[in-house]
Design a protein around this ligand. Sequence first.
Ligand code: 0A1
Ligand code: ZN
Length: 859
Amino acid sequence: MPDNQHEKIFLSDYKAFPWKVDRVDLTFKLSPKATRVLSRIAFRPDPAAPAAPFFLHGESVRLISAAIDGEPVSPDVTDRGLTCDVPDRPFLWEAEVEISPEENTALEGLYMSNGIFSTQCEAEGFRRITFYPDRPDVLARFRVRIESDLPVLLSNGNPVASGKGFAEWDDPWPKPAYLFALVAGDLQPVRDTFTTRSGREVDLAIWVRKGDEHKCAWGLESLKASMKWDEETYGREYQLDIFNIVAVSDFNAGAMENTGLNIFNSALVLASPETATDAEFERIEGVIAHEYFHNWTGNRVTCRDWFQLSLKEGLTVYRDQQFTSDMRSAPVKRIEDALLLRARQFREDGGPLAHPVRPESFVEINNFYTLTVYEKGAEVVGMLKRLVGDNAWRAGCDLYFERHDGEAVTIEDWLAAFADTMGRDLEQFKRWYSQAGTPRLSVKEDWDGQTYKLTLTQSTPPTPGQSDKLPLVIPVAIGLLHPDGAEIVGTTMVEMSQETEVLTYDIADLCKRQGKDVARPVPSLLRGFSAPVIVEFERPTEENAFLLAHDTDPFNRWEAGRNLSREVLLKRAAGEEADDAHLVKGISSVLRDTHLDPAFKALVLGLPSEDDIAQGLHAAGKTPDPTAIHAAGEALRDRIAEELEPLLAKTFDENQVPGPYSPDAAAAGKRSLANRCLGLLSRRDDGARAAAQYDSADNMTLSLAALSALLNIGKGDAQLADFETKWRDDPLVMDKWFSLQVASAAPEDAATTADRLTGHPAFNWKNPNRFRSVFSPLANANPAGFHDPSGKAYELMADWLIRLDPVNPSIAARGSTAFDTWERYDTGRQEKMRAALQRILDTPNLSRDTREMVSRILG
Ligand code: 0A1
Ligand code: ZN
C-alpha cells in the first residue's frame, strides 16, 4: 500500500485492481469552505485480478461516514487513503466526506478560482475529492448531482436534470477518475454547433466570466477545425451531443481533456486581436486541438497506469503537430517543434533529470509531465510513422482504436497494433521508450573521385541509472547535392538499426546519367529532422553556406543557416575569433529570395538561444560562460543590423500587413518577419520605428514586439507605463507586461527587476500564471541574468520556490528545473546553485514533489 509519503512506485510492480466499478454516483453540496461529497460506488470482485486488501485513495478529505450495503463501517484512514474489510461479492460502498475548495491552493482536486468551483483530477487529483480507486485502469460510468445556488453547474457527459439549486449529469462512457470534471460559477456561454460526418449535431460552448465573451471566437473556430480534421485524417468522430470548454484563471498546466468538459487555463483559450499575439493564437489553436484529440487518444483508449503517460501524450502531441502543419506551414511547424525539442527536451535528456519516455519509477507522477514524455514521445510516434509508411500508419491506428476502445492499455498494446498490421517486429524500436538520453549520430565521409561513402555511427551517452545503451532504430533521411546546387540523390529514408551503417553511392555513375560533371557531393543529413538525435559532422563553413542557398529540404536549409550562426556564437562565446561573412551573406540572400515564405525567413533571422550555445559548449567539453554567451549574441545582432540595415528596412516595410487583423498563417508570418527586422533595426534607429509602431499598433502582436524592441535597447519606459495603464484590468495581458521586463532586463539587473516586480501590487504569487510570468523568464529567457555571477537570481528563485512549495507544490517542483544545468558551469556558479538547491532541500516539510525533483537534480 502506498502509505509512505515518499515511497517510489515501480512500473514492474503493476497489479490490476481486484474489483470492477460498475457505477459511480456522486452528489456535491458545494460550499467554499466545507463542500460535502456523497459517493455511492458499486464494486464487484474481479476474479481475473490478484487478491489484495480493499484500499481506496484519499488525501485531504475528511471522512464523515461510510457504509457497505447500508451498514455503517469504520475503515482505517491514513493520510493517503483508507482500507476496509469488504464482503467477497458485489457490494455498494457509500461515503460522505468533507473538503475545502477555498483552502485548496495546490489546485488539484476541487478548488476555487476567482469565485468559480473547478476541478483538476489528472493525474491523482480525484483522491482529493473523495475516497476512490484513483488509478487510470479503473473505468466506470459516472452520474453526478451538483447542489449549489450558482447559476452554472457543469460536469461530464449529458445534462439529465436541473432545477432551482441543482443539476444532474450523466456520462454514458466509462472513464477513469482522472477525467472527472465539475465546474460551478457565474459563467457566460459563447455557443456554436458542429455537425459530425454522420450528421449528428454537437452543441459547443466556451464558458467564460462576464466581459470575456469577445475572446472566444478563435477558440470555437479552432475547436470546429479540430473536430473536422480528426474525422478527415483519422476517421475519428466525436460521440457526445455536447462539448463544453471552461476558461479558468488559476490552473497549474495548460488545459485538461476531461470528457465533454475540457477545462482550460484562460491563457490558452481566450484571445482577441488586441490582447493576444500571433504566437498565442497559434498556440491556442494547437492546445484546443490537443485536448480535443485526447477524446480518442487518451479518453476512449486510456492508459493502464501512469508509466504509460506518453501513450496518450506523445501520440496526442504528434497529432496536434500534424494538425498545425496542415492548418499552417508544415516546414515552419517542423522547425518550431525542433527548436522546442532541442532547447528544452535535449537539455532535460542531457542532465540529471533525464528519464525514458516511459519512466520505470516515480515518487510523484506530477513530476513526469515532462518534455521527454510529451515532446520526445511525439518524436517517437513520428518516427514510427516514418518507418511504417503512411498507409500502415493509418491502418495501425484504426486497428488500435478498434481493438482498444473503452480500454486502459500499454505501450506494448500500441506497438502491437503496428506489428500486427505490418507483420513486423518492433522490439528494437521499443527501446526508444525505455532508453533515456539523446542519441548522437556521428557521420564520416569518404570520396575517392568515383564512389562516395557515408559512415553513420550511433551512440547514446549514459544517463542517471542507465549506463549502458543499446543501438536504436533510427530513420535517417538523406539527400545528396551536386556542387551545381541540384540534387543528385533525392530524399531517401535509411533505417539504421546497427551501431554502424555504411552507405555507398556510385556518384560517377549517377552524375554521368544526369549529364553532370563528376564531383564530390554535399550531403544533406537528417532531412526534416527525421529523428530526435544530435548529428555530429564537421562541416566546412562554405558547405553550410551552400546548403543555406541550395538545399531542397526546407528544414535543412534552415538548419544550415542555424549551423552558421551557431558556429560563430560557439567560437566567440569561448573567446575565439570567428568570421561571420558567410552568415551575413546567407541571411541577406534568404531575405532577398522572393520565393520563400516570410515565416521561414523570420526563423532564419532568429539566432540560437543562449541556452543552446551553453548546451553546445558543454557538449564540446568547455565550460560555458553565460555572460560571454550573451555578449556574443548581442554583438552578432549589432553586426547583422549594421551590415544589412537597408535590406532589413526594406523587408520591414514590405511585410507590413494592411487592413484589419487576422491571425491566419500568412499574415502572422509577415508580422513575424517584420518584427524580427524591427528588433534588429532598433539597434540602428534608436528605437524610432519601434516607438512609431507602438503608437500606431492596433493589435498585441505589433505592440508587444515594439515594446520588446524598445526594452532590449534600454528604452521604452514611457511605453511600459502606458501599457500598464491601458491593461491593468486584463490579467492575461499584464502577465506579458511582467514577463517582458524580466526577459529584457540587462543581465546584472534581471534579479533586481524580478525582485522589484514581486513587490508590485498586481503580483499575486498564488496564481500560477502570474508566478510564472516573473520566474519563467528569469529561468529561461534571460540565462545571463539567471546565471549572473553574483548568484542573486539563484537566491531569489530559491526563496520563492521555498515560499511557494507549501502552497502549490507542483508549480514549485517544476520551477526547480531552473537549476538542472548546474553541472555545466564553473565552480563559482556551481557552488552557488548547489547551495540554493540544498537550501530548498533542507526546508522542513518540503513537499514530495519538490523533494523528488531537487534530490534528482543534486544527483
Ligand atoms: N492531460 C493534460 C495535461 C495536464 C496534466 C496535469 C494537469 O494538472 C496537474 C493538468 C493538465 C494535457 O496533456 O493537456
Ligand atoms: Zn495531453
